[in-house]
Design a protein around this ligand. Structure first.
Ligand code: ZN
Ligand code: ZN
Length: 158
Protein backbone atom coordinates (compact mmCIF):
# COMPACT_ATOMS: atom_id res chain seq x y z
CA UNK A 1 0.00 0.00 0.00
CA UNK A 2 1.27 3.48 -0.79
CA UNK A 3 2.21 5.50 2.27
CA UNK A 4 -0.01 8.46 1.54
CA UNK A 5 -3.06 6.24 1.24
CA UNK A 6 -2.14 4.43 4.42
CA UNK A 7 -1.66 7.60 6.46
CA UNK A 8 -4.92 9.09 5.34
CA UNK A 9 -6.68 5.84 6.11
CA UNK A 10 -5.10 5.65 9.57
CA UNK A 11 -6.22 9.12 10.55
CA UNK A 12 -9.75 8.34 9.42
CA UNK A 13 -9.83 5.21 11.55
CA UNK A 14 -8.38 7.08 14.55
CA UNK A 15 -11.32 9.43 14.29
CA UNK A 16 -13.68 6.48 14.03
CA UNK A 17 -12.04 4.84 17.03
CA UNK A 18 -12.64 8.00 19.09
CA UNK A 19 -16.26 8.10 17.95
CA UNK A 20 -16.72 4.43 18.72
CA UNK A 21 -15.25 4.90 22.22
CA UNK A 22 -17.66 7.80 22.75
CA UNK A 23 -20.55 5.55 21.74
CA UNK A 24 -19.35 2.92 24.21
CA UNK A 25 -19.18 5.51 26.99
CA UNK A 26 -22.66 6.81 26.15
CA UNK A 27 -24.04 3.27 26.25
CA UNK A 28 -22.56 2.81 29.69
CA UNK A 29 -20.45 -0.11 28.49
CA UNK A 30 -17.26 -0.63 30.43
CA UNK A 31 -14.19 -0.12 28.26
CA UNK A 32 -11.77 -2.88 29.15
CA UNK A 33 -8.33 -2.94 27.50
CA UNK A 34 -9.41 -6.06 25.59
CA UNK A 35 -12.62 -4.48 24.37
CA UNK A 36 -10.65 -1.45 23.26
CA UNK A 37 -8.18 -3.70 21.42
CA UNK A 38 -10.93 -5.69 19.66
CA UNK A 39 -12.56 -2.47 18.51
CA UNK A 40 -9.28 -0.96 17.39
CA UNK A 41 -8.36 -4.10 15.50
CA UNK A 42 -11.72 -4.16 13.72
CA UNK A 43 -11.49 -0.50 12.77
CA UNK A 44 -8.04 -1.01 11.29
CA UNK A 45 -8.83 -4.28 9.55
CA UNK A 46 -9.44 -3.76 5.87
CA UNK A 47 -10.89 -7.22 5.55
CA UNK A 48 -13.78 -8.40 7.72
CA UNK A 49 -12.15 -10.70 10.26
CA UNK A 50 -13.58 -13.73 12.00
CA UNK A 51 -13.50 -13.94 15.81
CA UNK A 52 -10.65 -16.44 15.43
CA UNK A 53 -8.60 -14.04 13.35
CA UNK A 54 -9.15 -11.28 15.91
CA UNK A 55 -8.14 -13.66 18.67
CA UNK A 56 -4.95 -14.70 16.86
CA UNK A 57 -4.04 -11.08 16.18
CA UNK A 58 -4.47 -10.07 19.82
CA UNK A 59 -3.36 -13.11 21.80
CA UNK A 60 0.23 -11.86 21.91
CA UNK A 61 -0.94 -8.66 23.56
CA UNK A 62 -3.41 -10.37 25.91
CA UNK A 63 -2.07 -13.83 26.80
CA UNK A 64 -4.97 -14.47 29.20
CA UNK A 65 -7.64 -13.70 26.67
CA UNK A 66 -9.70 -16.56 25.26
CA UNK A 67 -11.70 -16.87 22.03
CA UNK A 68 -14.80 -16.74 24.24
CA UNK A 69 -13.70 -13.31 25.50
CA UNK A 70 -13.37 -12.11 21.93
CA UNK A 71 -16.87 -13.41 21.13
CA UNK A 72 -18.25 -11.80 24.25
CA UNK A 73 -16.70 -8.46 23.34
CA UNK A 74 -18.01 -8.72 19.79
CA UNK A 75 -21.50 -9.46 21.11
CA UNK A 76 -21.40 -6.34 23.31
CA UNK A 77 -20.15 -4.21 20.42
CA UNK A 78 -22.87 -5.68 18.21
CA UNK A 79 -25.60 -4.93 20.75
CA UNK A 80 -24.75 -1.24 20.82
CA UNK A 81 -24.57 -1.13 17.03
CA UNK A 82 -20.83 -0.63 16.58
CA UNK A 83 -20.26 -3.93 14.87
CA UNK A 84 -22.22 -5.95 12.39
CA UNK A 85 -22.07 -9.71 12.18
CA UNK A 86 -21.99 -11.23 8.73
CA UNK A 87 -23.00 -14.86 8.62
CA UNK A 88 -22.14 -17.07 5.69
CA UNK A 89 -23.79 -20.44 6.05
CA UNK A 90 -21.45 -22.98 7.59
CA UNK A 91 -18.28 -20.87 7.69
CA UNK A 92 -17.78 -18.77 10.80
CA UNK A 93 -19.17 -15.26 11.12
CA UNK A 94 -17.20 -12.28 10.01
CA UNK A 95 -17.34 -8.94 11.75
CA UNK A 96 -17.71 -5.54 10.19
CA UNK A 97 -17.40 -2.25 12.01
CA UNK A 98 -18.38 -0.19 9.01
CA UNK A 99 -21.89 0.64 10.18
CA UNK A 100 -22.70 2.89 7.25
CA UNK A 101 -24.85 1.38 4.51
CA UNK A 102 -22.56 -0.45 2.14
CA UNK A 103 -22.29 -3.54 0.04
CA UNK A 104 -19.75 -6.32 -0.06
CA UNK A 105 -17.71 -7.95 -2.75
CA UNK A 106 -16.27 -11.34 -1.83
CA UNK A 107 -13.29 -13.13 -3.32
CA UNK A 108 -14.07 -16.68 -4.48
CA UNK A 109 -10.43 -17.66 -3.98
CA UNK A 110 -9.41 -16.31 -0.56
CA UNK A 111 -12.77 -15.33 0.94
CA UNK A 112 -11.73 -11.72 1.49
CA UNK A 113 -14.66 -9.32 1.88
CA UNK A 114 -14.24 -5.75 0.63
CA UNK A 115 -16.64 -2.83 1.17
CA UNK A 116 -17.98 -0.75 -1.64
CA UNK A 117 -20.55 1.98 -1.72
CA UNK A 118 -23.62 2.03 -3.87
CA UNK A 119 -26.90 3.84 -3.24
CA UNK A 120 -29.04 1.54 -1.04
CA UNK A 121 -31.48 -0.44 -3.19
CA UNK A 122 -34.58 0.91 -1.44
CA UNK A 123 -36.75 0.45 -4.53
CA UNK A 124 -36.07 -3.27 -4.48
CA UNK A 125 -37.19 -3.41 -0.87
CA UNK A 126 -40.43 -1.58 -1.53
CA UNK A 127 -41.12 -3.65 -4.61
CA UNK A 128 -40.55 -6.85 -2.61
CA UNK A 129 -42.90 -5.51 0.05
CA UNK A 130 -45.60 -4.73 -2.52
CA UNK A 131 -45.47 -8.03 -4.36
CA UNK A 132 -45.11 -10.31 -1.34
CA UNK A 133 -46.90 -8.44 1.46
CA UNK A 134 -43.83 -8.96 3.66
CA UNK A 135 -42.80 -6.37 6.19
CA UNK A 136 -39.23 -5.94 4.90
CA UNK A 137 -36.54 -5.53 7.54
CA UNK A 138 -33.37 -5.40 5.42
CA UNK A 139 -31.70 -6.85 2.43
CA UNK A 140 -28.35 -8.27 1.64
CA UNK A 141 -26.56 -8.18 -1.68
CA UNK A 142 -23.15 -9.60 -2.36
CA UNK A 143 -20.98 -9.54 -5.42
CA UNK A 144 -18.49 -12.34 -6.01
CA UNK A 145 -15.28 -12.48 -8.01
CA UNK A 146 -11.51 -12.81 -7.81
CA UNK A 147 -9.65 -10.11 -5.88
CA UNK A 148 -6.60 -8.33 -7.28
CA UNK A 149 -4.21 -10.30 -5.05
CA UNK A 150 -5.62 -13.63 -6.22
CA UNK A 151 -5.61 -12.50 -9.85
CA UNK A 152 -1.88 -11.85 -9.37
CA UNK A 153 -1.35 -15.40 -8.11
CA UNK A 154 -3.17 -16.73 -11.19
CA UNK A 155 -0.91 -14.79 -13.53
CA UNK A 156 2.25 -16.02 -11.78
CA UNK A 157 1.14 -19.63 -12.09
CA UNK A 158 0.89 -19.43 -15.89
ZN1 ZN B 1 -8.60 -13.20 -3.08
ZN1 ZN C 1 -18.32 -4.21 5.27
Amino acid sequence: MHNIVKERWLSVSDKRLKEAIDTLKESGVRITPQRHAVLEYLLNALVHPTADEIYKALEGKFPNMSVATVYNNLRVLKEIGLVRELTYGDSSSRFDCNTEEHYHIICDECGKIVDFHYPPLDEVESLAEQVTGFDVSHHRMEIYGTCEDCQGVETQKH
